[in-house]
Design a protein around this ligand. Structure first.
Ligand code: CP
Length: 309
């Protein structure tokens, strides 16, 4: 089965997720070869349309598309007619006229990738829409988790931080649960939603969450830019209660717990510097795996000839 668009994780079956993770494996093997390119998407065009800043997602999509031999154009939003007031809809119509094959979009508006997907023939990939979804982050997280736990069923992941504003937490929690991984959330009561899946354990106390015995701790970035109201007194207070401080890190390392983070990292807030040199810190592995996971997605999606022209 193929799809035209990748908009979220909810709509993917476990079989589809496992297929994508399986596909990412051989793509990652390519990276060790002297020639890292395959001709799978030769002649295809990929357009990245990022209305929000990005380092990892944007560059890794670009590398992924180029390794599949596609032509890549980065739509330069700050220097485009968007700043002259052109609407997203008109921008899409313009891009549609260029007959691009893939549009990769990031925007602060939840649901915008779906709107674009309905209006274009191109395959649309959601690279993050507001607090809604970040499906390729979830896929690279799942791929990384499976590298350390080839049988993820029954393993435990503790996601720590600003769950409320996090599209990463939403997508990665969904994907992990679909793989049979047990998920728990930890954070200030104001940032851990009480609604949502009942099988997700909620903690507001770090020590209690550690007693749950997670196999991996996934630290979220504190997103100051998405908070329209103060959800905790100060960053210092946040770090004291929820950060991986040197003291907490010693316990985590003693127990051999893996650490993940989607980036960008706020050093001294979510984690202390020591974590970055920890042998079970998977942050760099996540970045590398992002390219393989995104190659798998680009390779899997297929345009729908019946969709609007
Ligand atoms: N993880 C993530 O989405 O990072 P960027 O914002 O750098 O793309």
């Amino acid at each position: 089965m193929t799809r035209k668009d990748l908009l979220d994780i909810e709509s993917l079956s476990r079989r589809e997720i496992e297929h994508l993770l399986d596909q990412a494996g051989p793509f990652k093997e390519l990276f060790t070869r002297s020639v890292k390119k395959v001709p799978a998407l030769k002649g295809k065009s990929v357009l990245t349309l990022f209305y929000e800043p990005s380092t990892r997602t944007l560059s890794s999509f670009e590398v992924a598309a180029k390794r599949l031999s596609a032509d890549v154009t980065n739509f330069d939003v700050p220097h485009s007619s968007v700043v002259k007031g052109e609407s997203v809809r008109d921008t899409i119509a313009t891009l549609q006229a260029m007959r691009t094959d893939y549009i990769i979009v990031r925007n602060k508006m939840a649901g915008l990738p779906l709107v674009i997907a309905r209006e274009t023939k191109a395959c649309v990939i959601n690279a993050g829409d507001g607090a809604h979804a970040h499906p390729t982050q979830a896929l690279l997280d799942g791929f990384t988790f499976r590298e350390v736990f080839p049988k993820p069923e029954g393993k435990k992941i503790l996601i720590v931080g600003d769950i409320l504003h996090s599209r990463v937490a939403r997508s990665t929690s969904t994907l992990m649960r679909k793989l049979g991984v047990e998920v728990a959330w930890l954070g200030p009561g104001s940032l851990v939603p009480k609604y949502g899946p009942e099988d997700i354990r909620r903690f507001t106390n770090f020590d209690e969450a550690m007693q749950w015995a997670p196999d991996s701790i996934y630290l979220l970035r504190v997103q100051m830019e998405r908070q329209d109201a103060p959800y905790f007194p100060s960053l210092r207070e946040y770090t004291k209660l929820y950060g991986v401080t040197r003291e907490r890190f010693k316990r985590i390392a003693d127990q051999g717990i893996y650490i993940m983070h989607p980036g960008p990292v706020n050093r001294g807030v979510e984690l202390c510097d020591d974590v970055m040199n920890y042998s079970r810190c998977l942050i760099d592995q996540q970045v590398e795996n992002g390219i393989a996971a995104r190659m798998a997605v680009l390779y899997w999606l297929k345009p729908d000839e019946n969709s609007p022209s």
